[in-house]
Design a protein around this ligand. Structure first.
Ligand code: URA
Ligand code: SF4
Length: 220
């Protein structure tokens, strides 16, 4: 396959679908060229029956090394927002729109780069399967790449913060900023505003789902 071909993760889906099987199969995915340079796949993690699913963009340097989503600097911000929103990370299912790290290496550093639409589209089957397995009541898209993947078209974050949206398959969706937006060199007031918006989306998600156990369906 040439590097310019962007097929799909679809042929790599396992016959028997469970979160464990999917994660295992994703490790062998060659659905787009990103697997070639990444260390490993970073599949979603968390509560297998979570009521709330968080979707980020793509693994960063730390996630590429550890194989777990949101364990680097953006993960720290996310953990803080989750805590402030009265949620527990273990009750949530946390994943990314794209499962392999994308970077360009220059002489002195590794620069993370955003996935393009072809890569986002190629990786969508994994996200679709995660939604099928977990059956979350509410999905929270963290940033434009997650929103692009979930909705199927580009939207401007900031214009839809207070709106209920829907994924392409009709699941309830809230869209907010990506936690790494608070780490950019912008005014502190803007960093705070972005953090508060992320927390507000998580609070809204919590208040909309089960009254008994935040983030997860009550055990039958
Ligand atoms: N940024 C993301 O979008 N996802 C991660 O897992 C880490 C950083
Ligand atoms: Fe497959 Fe997604 Fe990795 Fe591309 S980024 S190789 S589609 S798992």
């Amino acid at each position: 396959m040439s590097r310019s071909d962007y097929p799909s993760a679809h042929p790599f889906l396992p016959q028997e679908k469970s979160l464990d099987n999917l994660a295992e199969a994703a490790a062998g995915c060659q659905g787009c060229p990103l697997y070639q340079d990444a260390t490993q796949v970073v599949f979603g993690e968390g509560h297998g029956e979570a009521d709330i699913m968080l979707v980020g963009e793509q693994p960063g340097v730390r996630e590429d090394r550890t194989g777990e989503p949101f364990v680097g600097p953006a993960g720290k911000v996310l953990d803080q927002a989750i805590g402030e929103a009265g949620l527990h990370r273990g009750d949530l299912y946390i994943t990314n729109a794209v499962k392999h790290f994308k970077a360009e290496t220059t002489e002195d550093r590794v620069n993370e780069i955003k996935p393009n639409v072809s890569e986002i589209t190629a990786c969508r089957p994994w996200l679709e399967q995660e939604m099928e397995q977990v059956q979350p009541e509410i999905i929270v898209a963290l940033g434009a790449v997650a929103a692009r993947s979930l909705i199927g078209q580009a939207i401007a974050i900031g214009e839809t913060l207070d709106e209920w949206m829907q994924t392409a398959e009709g699941r309830d969706l809230l869209v907010t900023y990506h936690p790494s937006a608070t780490l950019r060199s912008i005014a502190e007031a803007d960093q705070d505003r972005i953090f508060d918006a992320i927390t507000a989306a998580l609070v809204r998600a919590r208040e909309t789902v089960t009254p008994t156990r935040p983030g997860a369906r009550p055990q039958a």
